[in-house]
Design a protein. Structure first.
Lengths: 256, 592
């Protein structure tokens, strides 16, 4: 089974973020970066499937040269080889445009399974995987927490809302977006780290973006403004206060 | 292949005192490879996820958990990082070993356990064991299946380790040795399976052995210690304990070589562990200082606290610069195929540097822990907050792997020994310097534009101060120099600060070269502050030492030379420290 895992490099979760001078993005100068959390679980799931069923795990990353560390890390944990789509600026890429580039980069590989994280921790669109599935003509399932690839068909368990789950059967090949926290991610052992040095990392240029594709431009980045307003309801009359509160919860806070 | 062919042209140990280095010549953490970085990540992740959460259990002496963690560390490759592949290790360079050690320092207790397992308990077998012993023990030690300990110290012989009373005698059939005696303060004593034991054959030939746990080998109860309570420390009782002749380490009567050489490695590992511990302490301190409000402001906004955060960061960074410079020296003197013997010689070459690192880092670490308590205020005194344990844990580092007094005295001692044997051209340099002292050349005042040129000049002059004091001492006391402890300690302090200053300056200059002056400004600040204070210390030590050794005209001449050597324009260290602190305050962690 050939599995392609898409992994993205994002700013470190614990980093203190600052907005850059022209307020178009965060200041990246002294940030440290790490692998997008759910992508790490996608990799782990892929490695487990490979251990069970044999085959190959190929990592694909789009990003600047610094994103190589994500690739190296994945190779050290056990991925077999990597494709690096070298692209400096991902900021103004819509999920569609990003997925389009990724689709061209991996189409020739003819994978049995494509795995992505549920969403990226920086932009949080949760779209790239789904659009990519469409572009590759593959069925997909999102928010997957368990994968059974032993049969003819793929069985996956999806997380729904409020503690509900769904088992879902789908044909192969397919694309799955993986939820965070579903397993214990293995360590990159020192042996794995040294072995990774010899593994192939193929650099490819991004395919030309489709001029017809929707494009975006980030015009302003700002921190959510915290505002605090206190209102006294009912003027001392509890009953009137309760009625006003119910009304506000309905019409303003819209909690019911 | 001969061992000699395995060695490249090397920088002589101790030669930093008489030669100048260019920034490009030294190894720094900025030279880490991607693999080095990942090794650090793995170790740190392991420490933060597996070890640190279990410290409370370790402190309850749950040695089954220590064993489990050692197995896990073994699986990851942390125990055998620098052990050759044929013995179950990974055959990595010393820098990799240092990086592992650094991150182990995030838990002082487990670092100590690992220090015995992967360092002093393993290396004697690797470097001195018979092929049979290496094959038998090393793979299982590297995997964590077997736990090791190093048993040198006895109740009556600590610093004076060679005065050990434990005995070994060859059995009548010549197949094994029988050991008797009592050892004291043995790390991992409570649960180790294999011990490196030093005992005297025929009552006087100090010798090393590998001994397996067996009937007759028992350990005492765990000591009630001030700190590192999550590591086992016990006495060890050997009564008619047997070990086959294949378990002899090196030659009979040559145990002192093993003991001392292994300690060299133990010392830089301890230094690295202190360095990692300090990074964690700075991070925790700054986080606390950012959160804790008094007088309506975070305490990190107060100059007094900034001063502390800056000083802690500076010592951490300078210490780190010394460690990796030295590890880089060791690595660059070795080829990939270097035999264990070649490695050992390379490390022995830098014995003085290893002692410098041990003393400097253990004291920087103690300082940092002390200031951490102070930043936490009353909460620093509470066992419910991390500063209290950090403070207690840090204290042991000045005692084991050779007390700091012993290590200090070793520094000038080893340099003199190398000078006398011709390995280090210290004496001609000292002579030349004395000429300069007597007939001072006109000071050149050409303003150098290089960043840190003034600091570098001071560091080079500090070397002259070291040579001047050491040379004067050698001349005055000749073969009795070893008895002049106060003088030796003073000279050692000068040498330590010299190595520290130069390592930091070279690293910062290398950063300027790679990142440009603007981005490297934060490092320049640290180096300026450190040099400013280090030169102050050098001057004080030198004055005391010189005044103790000479008088009258001679003293006046020496003091005049000293004044010339340490002449400096004070820089604004208050502002520089504030900027240094601001970096960690903004990042909310150690960020250099
Ligand atoms: C927690 C812990 C773990 C340890 N682990 C191990 C281990 O795994 N294996 C092992 O073999 N040992 C171990 N040790 C022992 C340790 O190495 C010794 O305690 C240390 O070497 C000091 O010896 P000592 O305690 O006998 O002190 P002493 O040698 O009695 O020293 C007492 C004081 O006198 C000073 N002093 C001694 N001699 C001189 C001198 N010639 N000139 C000037 N000053 C001098 C010392 O610097 C010190 O300040 C451990 C100790 C501790 C506390």
């Amino acid at each position: 089974m050939k599995i392609i895992v898409l992994m993205k490099q994002v700013a470190n979760k614990d980093a203190i973020l600052r907005i850059n001078r022209d307020a178009t993005w965060i200041e990246e100068g002294d940030l440290s970066f790490e692998v997008n959390e759910s992508d790490g679980y996608a990799l782990e799931e892929s490695l487990r499937l490979k251990e069970k069923h044999g085959g190959e795990v190929v990592v694909c990353t789009m990003g600047a040269q610094r994103a190589k560390s994500v690739i190296k890390d994945a190779l050290a944990r056990g991925a077999d080889r990597a494709i690096h789509v070298v692209k400096d600026d991902l900021l103004n890429l819509t999920p569609y445009a990003g997925a389009k580039i990724l689709a061209e980069a991996i189409r020739g590989e003819q994978p049995d399974l494509v795995m992505t994280g549920l969403q990226s921790d920086d932009n949080g669109f949760a779209q790239t995987g789904v659009i990519l599935a469409e572009l590759l003509g593959l069925p997909h399932a999102t928010i997957v927490i368990e994968v059974d690839a032993s049969g003819e068909q793929l069985r996956v368990k999806r997380e729904l809302e409020s503690g509900w789950y769904q088992w879902y059967t789908m044909p192969k090949p397919a694309l799955l977006t993986i939820q965070s926290g579903i397993s214990q991610i293995r360590y990159a052992t020192l042996k794995g780290i040294m072995a990774a040095k010899k593994k192939e990392i193929k650099e490819v240029a991004p395919a030309a973006t489709d001029p017809a594709a929707p494009s975006q431009r980030v015009t302003k980045v700002y921190f959510p403004q915290k505002t605090k307003q206190t209102q006294f309801l009912g003027d001392g009359n509890a009953k009137a206060g309760a009625a006003q509160l119910a009304e506000k919860l309905r019409s303003e806070a819209r909690v019911f | 292949m001969s061992a000699v062919a395995d060695e490249k042209k090397i920088v002589a140990g101790g030669s930093f005192l008489i030669e100048e280095r260019a920034p490009a010549e030294i190894f720094t953490p900025e030279d880490f490879t991607e693999e080095h970085r990942m090794i650090g990540e793995t170790t740190r992740e392991f420490m933060d996820k597996e070890v640190r959460p279990r410290e409370p259990e370790l402190e309850q002496h749950r040695w089954d958990i220590s064993r489990e963690l050692l197995r896990h560390a073994g699986e990851l490759g942390l125990i055998g990082a620098t052990v050759p592949e044929e013995y179950g290790g990974l055959g990595l360079d010393q820098v990799s070993g240092g990086i592992v050690g650094e991150h182990l320092g995030r838990s002082a207790s487990f670092a100590t356990t690992m220090g015995a397992q992967s360092g002093i308990g393993l290396l004697p077998i690797l470097f001195y064991g018979t092929e049979a012993a290496k094959k038998k023990y090393l793979p299982k030690i590297a995997s964590g299946e077997l736990v090791t300990a190093y048993a040198l110290t006895e109740a009556g012989s600590g610093s004076d380790a060679l005065a050990a009373k434990a005995t070994a005698r060859l059995s009548e059939d010549g197949t094994h040795y029988v050991l008797n005696g009592e050892k004291m303060w043995i790390t991992n004593g409570g649960f180790a399976d294999v011990f490196v034991v030093f005992a005297k054959v025929d009552g006087d030939k100090f010798t090393g052995f590998v001994v397996e746990r067996q009937e007759g080998l028992t350990n005492g109860a765990d000591e009630h210690k001030m700190g590192i309570k999550g590591s086992s420390t016990t006495a060890l009782i050997l009564s008619d304990v047997k070990t086959p002749v294949e378990n002899l380490l090196g030659e009979v009567g040559k145990g002192h070589k093993i003991a001392f050489n292994i300690l060299n490695i133990g010392r830089f590992k301890l230094g690295a562990m202190c360095g990692g511990g300090m990074k964690l302490m700075v991070s925790e301190s700054v986080r606390y200082a950012n959160e804790r409000h008094q007088f309506g402001k975070p305490i990190s906004s107060f100059g007094a606290i900034k001063h502390k955060l800056a000083e802690m960061s500076i010592k951490t960074w300078v210490g780190e610069s010394m460690i990796y410079r030295t590890l880089g020296l060791i690595d660059s003197s070795l080829t990939d195929t270097a035999t264990p013997e070649a490695k050992l010689r390379a490390i022995e070459e830098y014995a003085a540097e290893c002692s410098i690192i041990k003393v400097a880092l253990s004291e920087y670490c103690g300082f940092t822990a002390d200031e951490m308590v102070q930043i936490y205020g009353g909460y620093g005194y509470s066992a419910d907050y991390p500063a209290e344990a950090a403070y207690r844990d840090a204290r042991i580092n000045r005692i084991f792997e050779g007390t700091n007094e012993i290590n200090r005295m070793l520094i000038p001692g080893m340099l003199m020994k190398r000078a006398i044997s011709g390995q280090l051209a210290l004496l001609p340099a000292a002579q030349k310097l004395m000429e300069e002292v007597l007939s001072p050349a006109l000071q050149s005042f050409d303003e150098d534009e290089e960043p840190l040129a003034a600091e570098m000049k001071l560091a080079q002059n500090a070397k002259k101060v070291a040579l001047m004091t050491l040379g004067t001492a050698a001349q005055k006391y000749m073969t009795k120099l070893a008895d002049q402890q106060e003088i030796l300690l003073g000279v050692a302090d000068i040498i330590i600060d010299t190595y520290a200053m130069e390592s930091a300056i070279l690293r910062a200059q290398k950063l300027v070269a790679s990142q440009g002056e603007e981005k490297a400004a934060r490092y320049l600040d640290m180096v300026r502050v450190f040099t400013n204070d280090a030169v102050e210390r050098v001057e004080t030590s030198a004055r005391n030492v010189l005044a103790a050794m000479s008088e009258g005209d001679e003293l006046r001449t020496l003091l005049a030379a000293l004044r010339r050597f340490v002449k400096r324009t004070p820089s604004n260290t208050v502002a520089a420290r504030q900027r240094v602190a601001e970096v960690v305050i903004q990042a909310n962690r150690y960020a250099y």
